[in-house]
Design a protein around this ligand. Structure first.
Ligand SMILES: Cc1cc2nc3c(=O)[nH]c(=O)nc-3n(C[C@H](O)[C@H](O)[C@H](O)COP(=O)(O)OP(=O)(O)OC[C@H]3O[C@@H](n4cnc5c(N)ncnc54)[C@H](O)[C@@H]3O)c2cc1C
Length: 437
């Protein structure tokens, strides 16, 4: 098999549009061949179930291939108690799933199929090959061994139920019957990979509540042209603070990027969840950047005074280069409305205070987030209050299970989101494979 360019297509996920007249019967049907669906299918098959995965795209795991910029941040080494702090809106919902199947188990499955992973900064695991397709290839090899059938080109249009019990699904105008169905259709982000929110409609059609779905881990658009002027500039070791209606709602420290539309980079993506929700509630959102987080106001004041005294005869334009990346200097001088030809010794205390304030609080009004097309994850989804956390079974429809991003849980970057997909998938597969009472 060659998954790099998909030159060869293994028999078990051949795209088949042929209409079958008879109803095909399975023990477990999994909708969606993303990481959640693949783990669900594998676990159910391990326990002896006859499993069918229906995937609407022409190939499985499209999103998995683009994770971690093609490197796939497989999981994170954080212990469960730490991990759930990075999950929203309520990480505790995932405790039973994590207790059942966690990072060591996915690393073991991958290792058994030839993919060793290495640990990087922040507890992030990546395949040693740095290739996400190796991860997908390993998962598919695992499923092949377990005789799981994956049918691509099969879009599920309807969940079939009778007396609040699942009976099967309708895909490509064909009925597939099963007493257990696992919905693992992903969220709404990067819709070109297949996850375009259809799962929410399927869940809603059988009575589930969908918590408002919003783009998260998404870049932000800013008002004015300051960020745009600085596009391409990457800042490291800065602190970003998010203000909602002038109230501090979160902060993060690290790396960020100015773009042609506004702000991006790791710390901005992390804060974007708060921004997305505040904008949805029509609240005013501002992000301020602390360019000197290592210096408190007093220390920064001392530093400014020292530099200004030492270089009294220099023009202020040249002294700013000690404090800022060169491309920020003209932007700063304009924002501060300073005369660039002024000499340092001519600066007033008021002007120095304004400089200090701007270095610690460079403001950006946020107009909107970028769309789902650029969102790494979807916030919101099927309400966790309607899912039994110990089994992933619907509390509304018997025999219906949920796994992965379609559920109302999402996490920060760091391999957390994939682990959520594997753990909820595993638990859903395990529960679905158990005989019905
Ligand atoms: C650019 C990018 C980079 C990322 N990087 C990382 C990373 O490095 N680490 C990390 O932990 N997370 C990362 N994520 C997040 C991670 O990819 C997702 O959280 C994860 O893929 C969710 O898995 P899932 O199986 O629930 O959904 P998906 O991977 O979205 O899979 C859902 C599948 O269901 C199929 N489907 C949808 N509707 C139907 C239907 N009606 N019928 C049949 N099939 C259907 C879709 O085609 C799709 O194949 C990244 C996301 C993006 C967009």
């Amino acid at each position: 098999m060659n998954f790099i360019g998909y030159h060869e297509t293994p028999f078990y996920y051949l795209v088949s549009f042929a209409k079958k007249s008879h109803v095909e019967k399975f023990d477990v049907i999994v909708i969606g061949a993303g990481p959640a669906g693949l783990l669900a299918a594998g676990r159910a098959a391990q326990l002896g179930a006859k499993v069918l995965v229906l995937e609407k795209m022409r190939l499985p795991g499209r999103k998995l291939l683009i994770t971690g910029k093609g490197r796939c941040n497989v999981t994170n080494s954080a212990p469960i108690s730490e991990f759930i702090k990075h999950v929203y809106p309520d990480g505790k919902f995932l405790k039973p799933a994590f207790s059942n199947f966690y990072a060591p188990q996915i690393l073991e499955i991958l290792a058994q199929h030839g993919v060793e992973c290495t640990l990087e900064r922040g507890g992030r695991y990546f395949p040693a090959s740095n290739q996400s397709h190796d991860v997908l290839k390993a998962l598919l090899a695992w499923l092949e061994k377990l005789h799981v059938e994956i049918r691509c080109g099969h879009k599920v249009d309807k969940l079939l139920t009778q007396n609040h019990q699942i009976t099967g699904v309708l895909a490509n105008q064909t009925t597939f019957s099963a007493p257990k169905v696992i919905l693992a259709t992903g969220g709404n982000s990067y819709p070109a990979t297949g996850s375009n929110g259809e799962g929410y409609q399927l869940a809603k059609s059988v009575g589930h509540t969908i918590q408002t779905v919003l783009p998260a881990l998404v870049p932000l658009e800013t008002e004015g042209n300051v960020a745009q002027t600085l596009q391409g500039l990457n800042l490291v070791n800065v602190k970003a603070v998010v203000w909602v209606n002038q109230k501090k709602m979160g902060e993060d420290f690290g790396e960020m990027l100015f773009t042609h539309f506004g702000l991006s980079g790791p710390i901005i993506l992390t804060l974007s969840r708060i921004v997305s929700q505040a904008l949805q509630n029509k609240q005013a959102v501002e992000i301020t950047i602390d360019l000197k987080p290592a210096l408190d106001e007093q220390k920064l004041e001392a530093r400014l005074l020292r530099d200004l005294n030492e270089h009294g005869k220099k023009k202020i334009e040249s002294i700013f280069k000690f404090w800022l990346p060169a491309s920020m200097v003209p932007v700063f001088i304009e924002l501060l409305e300073l005369d660039p030809d002024k000499e340092c010794h001519q600066l007033t205390a008021k002007e120095r205070n304004k400089i200090r304030h701007l270095l610690k609080n460079m403001p950006f009004k946020i107009s909107r987030t970028r769309t789902f097309k650029e969102a790494i994850i979807t916030a919101g989804g099927i309400s966790t209050s309607e899912i039994a956390s110990k089994t992933m079974e619907s509390k509304i429809i018997k025999g219906l299970y949920f796994a992965g991003e379609v559920i109302d849980v999402d996490a920060e970057t760091g391999g957390y989101n994939l682990q959520i997909a594997y753990s909820t998938g595993w638990l859903a597969g395990e529960s679905a494979a158990k005989p019905t009472n």
